[in-house]
Design a protein around this ligand. Structure first.
Ligand SMILES: [Zn+2]
Ligand SMILES: [Zn+2]
Length: 137
């Protein structure tokens, strides 16, 4: 992969308010509420994460991106460019777009959450990190 060709940083503050609203609206229309989760009906990548074509705020080009990351970025105002940070699903549901089920945290904690999923209960992630959510239990 060509280094530096695709910017890793996604800064929602570079998007117009109109485009931010358009995206949030599109995400709402294309998802269904199932329990506490909001499940994306659109495309997914091979890892099971929701995908859509988003206009990159830096290049202006359409680019396939993870919907939960873009949504989290817009609603939180966070730039997602920090290394080794991921947008995790507290509910362990990769297609979920419920904002309160998403959190921006170190990749290592996201990995821990997979262990919680396997165990069927949250083992805790330290004082600064919320517990996992098991919405369907
Ligand atoms: Zn969820
Ligand atoms: Zn957990």
């Amino acid at each position: 992969m060509a280094a530096g060709r695709i910017p890793k940083v996604f800064d929602p503050n570079l998007l117009t308010l109109e485009y931010r609203n358009t995206l949030i609206n599109r995400f709402n229309v294309r998802s269904d509420e199932i329990g506490d989760c909001k499940i994306w009906r659109g495309a997914h990548n091979s890892s099971g994460y929701p995908q859509a074509k988003i206009r990159d705020p830096i290049t202006g080009n359409l680019r396939v991106m993870s919907v939960h990351r873009v949504l989290y970025s817009i609603l939180s105002g966070n730039d997602l460019g920090r290394h080794n940070y991921q947008v995790s699903h507290l509910c362990h549901t990769k297609s979920c777009l419920t904002f309160r089920h998403l959190i921006f945290e170190p990749a290592a904690i996201n990995t821990q959450r997979n262990e919680c999923k396997g165990a069927g209960q949250c083992g805790g992630h330290g004082n600064d990190n919320p517990d996992c959510i098991f919405p369907n239990t």
